[in-house]
Design a protein around this ligand. Structure first.
Ligand code: IVH
Length: 673
């Protein structure tokens, strides 16, 4: 039997939820956080901890539900209380004037007040609130029935899980209502997603709308959570009707209820003002953080809206003005390869220059080899390209095969430095792993000097740019042979600061082995892995000789990391670099970890879910300090699986294999904490 929750706990939970709700609003709706991420995380962990201890106090509107529940088997379809209609489109200003004429005729008014708003390019969603709490999120579907995607929409932070009763009172709205709006992905989140997909060799998304729509319509809410979606509200309904006299009142009420609604709508005194708004935003839309594909124009008066009514598929009181598509066809004259700052090779189409939406386009990224295969693209083909926002243009499809087309192949050698290109069978990325490749040089020097790496204060990007451009530094080892006159000769460098920089460089020789390993910038070797490697190997030379099996003996090092380390040290240029560093006096030796006891000797631990009193990494450190091991996956050899809140599939695996499961407090007991 669970113990009953004391009143003080209930109070603390309520207060935490209140605060978290407020800070989510500041961060996700207003874009104006008042506290640090760490402070937010602390509050969230405390709430999770209390909810874990008193599960009977968990409510469906608690901020903790945002993390995403378990995947589901399928969607249920739901009938909309009121159909979610689509809008008629207008593709020219004359079509807008024509629509305005019909509206005036239909309503018998001389002049109509309109609201012009952005047409958000996303996925429309209906949100049902009961008693002020979000109970259901449904996609538009065919307009009559949609899919119930409630757990997914709950992960979208700009969607309130509950609304403040005081705010409802203020706008005179009862607590059962419906909000409609658009789920979107910002351009930044979309580009970051594709960069990550490019890196891991995943599916490349064509545009922000597709990736947002895909993220809402997945069965696993943790995918929705990871895609960082936004929601813009534009419609409020009470019993299927607009509860205000004007549409602009709805937009204002939505903001008061702390929904994210655009501030960029405008009241327009007639159709010419509307056209002015469309022109204005056509010029400005590139600068918006999200995509809009047009302008939605609505009659402001709800009484006139009702008078005008609906056709079978769309309201007569609204219309969507669509901006001309920014697509064009052109010929792919060549495909070249660019080496990114991490060494990944990216194929780029060299296009016959073409105007797309007023901008000349002559290049377009093809992301990776898989994308070229998917497009079935060859050099000489005619393609359809699209430019959306400030995003780099991309190839949508091949429209005509070239007469003398020829396939593209990834080069065997790096176009920048000539080193052999590495490609793991079955993976998408082709990479140059030479740490001194000129394409990566500046970036790798900056990484080497970084605060968490060799911590060379004063070696910022302006200085690195000059050192590399003047040919003074070709690789990180060259830093150690810089002379005062070299450095003092740089722009923005007084003699005093030059001396300081040299002192900093000299001092960095004393850094730990862990820092040096991290500083080399081996793919997948972050600070923590570097630390664990430094505790296992006694020098950089020993690490460089290690085979994959040996590397995998290091806690938390799996096959992917081990392969990346072996790949790095197999590159002759990198081995040369290590020798050079050694000669320059950079040769730290191992730090052995403090061993406090051997009470966990031979025992392997797996952690899943979030722990309340420490991070999983800190818990792992404790295990190692007491002679145990930490592993990333559960097997029959696992001695214990420590389960926190929201555990993942490792928990199920542990149950299936009959591995002993510990709560965080049982884990603490085992360690005698
Ligand atoms: S109002 C009955 N306002 O565009 C009127 N829709 O092409 C309901 N959309 O299905 C829609 N931005 O998904 C409205 N500011 C906005 C919008 C908007 C985007 C979407 C919505 C609609 C589609 C029609």
């Amino acid at each position: 039997m669970a113990k009953a929750a004391p009143a003080s706990v209930k109070k603390e939970i309520e207060e935490l939820r209140e605060k978290l709700r407020y800070h989510e609003y500041c961060y996700y709706v207003l874009d104006d956080p008042e506290i640090s991420d760490a402070a937010y995380d602390r509050m969230m962990s405390r709430l999770k901890e209390l909810e874990a201890a008193y599960p009977e106090l968990v409510t469906p509107d608690s901020p903790t539900v945002r993390v995403g529940g378990a995947p589901r088997a399928g969607f249920t379809t739901v009938r909309h209380a009121r159909p979610m209609l689509s809008l008629d489109n207008a593709f020219s200003y004359d079509a807008l004037r024509e629509w305005d004429r019909r509206v005036r005729e239909g309503s018998g008014q001389d002049k109509i007040e309109y609201v012009a708003e952005h047409k958000f390019d996303g996925l429309s969603i209906s949100l049902q609130y009961e008693d002020g709490v979000l109970t259901r999120g449904v996609t538009r579907g065919d307009g009559t029935t949609g899919e119930d995607v409630t757990p997914n929409v709950k992960t979208i932070r700009s969607i309130p899980l509950r609304v403040d009763p005081a705010a409802l009172k203020k706008v005179k709205l009862p607590p059962d209502f419906e909000v409609r709006g658009e789920v979107m992905m910002t351009k930044k989140a979309f580009e970051a997603l594709n960069r990550e997909q490019e890196r891991i060799g995943g599916k490349i998304f064509v545009n922000a709308r597709n990736s947002a729509a895909g993220a809402v319509r997945v069965l696993d809410p943790s995918i929705t959570a990871a895609r960082r979606l936004d929601f813009f509200a534009y419609y409020l309904l009470l019993d299927g009707k607009v509860p205000f006299a004007k549409h602009s009142d709805s937009l204002q009420a939505l903001k008061q209820l702390r929904f994210r609604a655009s501030d960029d709508w405008k009241l327009c005194a007639g159709i010419e003002a509307v056209i002015g708004y469309c022109e204005d935003w056509d010029a400005k839309r590139e600068k918006l953080p999200y995509e809009i594909d047009g302008v939605v124009i609505k009659v402001n008066s709800i009484a006139i809206q009702n008078e005008l009514g609906y056709t079978a598929k769309a309201p007569r009181w609204a219309i969507a003005y669509k901006y001309p598509a920014r697509q064009e066809t052109t010929v792919v004259n060549d495909i070249i390869v660019q080496v990114g700052r991490t060494g990944t090779l990216t194929p780029v189409a060299v296009l016959e220059p073409v105007q797309v939406g007023g901008v000349t386009v002559s290049r377009s990224t093809l992301h990776n080899m898989d994308e070229i295969d998917r497009l079935e693209l060859q050099i000489g083909d005619t393609v359809l390209i699209e430019r959306a926002g400030e995003v780099i243009p991309h190839v949508l499809k091949v429209v005509k095969e070239g007469k003398s087309r020829r396939p593209f192949r990834m080069p065997k050698h790096c176009p920048e430095c000539g080193s052999t290109i590495h490609h793991v069978e079955g993976e998408v990325a082709y990479r140059c792993v030479n740490a001194a490749c000129p394409a990566k040089r500046k970036e790798s020097i900056l990484h080497f000097a970084g605060r968490h790496a060799m911590n060379i204060d004063g070696l910022g990007d302006k200085i690195v740019d000059q050192l590399v451009d003047k040919g003074l530094v070709k690789d990180v080892a060259d830093l150690y042979s810089l002379k005062l006159e070299d450095v003092a000769g740089l722009e923005r460098m007084a003699e005093k600061s030059a001396q300081n920089l040299l002192k900093e460089i000299e001092a960095s020789k004393k850094n730990s082995l862990a820092r040096l390993i991290y500083a080399l910038g081996v793919q997948f070797v972050g600070e923590r892995t570097a630390q664990l490697l430094a505790e296992h190997f006694s020098s950089l030379e020993e690490l460089a000789e290690a085979k994959e099996e040996e590397l995998e003996e290091v806690p938390e090092v799996g096959p992917k990391v081990a392969a990346s380390i072996v790949e790095f040290f197999s590159e002759p240029a990198n081995r040369q670099l290590i020798k050079k560093l050694n000669k320059a006096g950079v040769h730290p030796t191992a730090e052995k970890r403090v061993v406090k006891s051997q009470k966990l000797a031979g025992k392997s631990f797996v952690f899943t879910g979030s722990l309340a009193n420490r991070s999983r990494e800190e818990a792992g450190d404790l295990v190692i300090q007491h002679g145990g091991k930490v592993s990333g996956s559960v097997s029959k050899k696992t001695a214990y699986v420590v389960v926190g809140t929201d555990p993942g599939s490792k928990y199920d695996k542990a149950k299936e294999l009959g591995v002993t499961i510990l709560s965080e407090s049982e884990f603490e007991k085992l360690l005698g904490l």
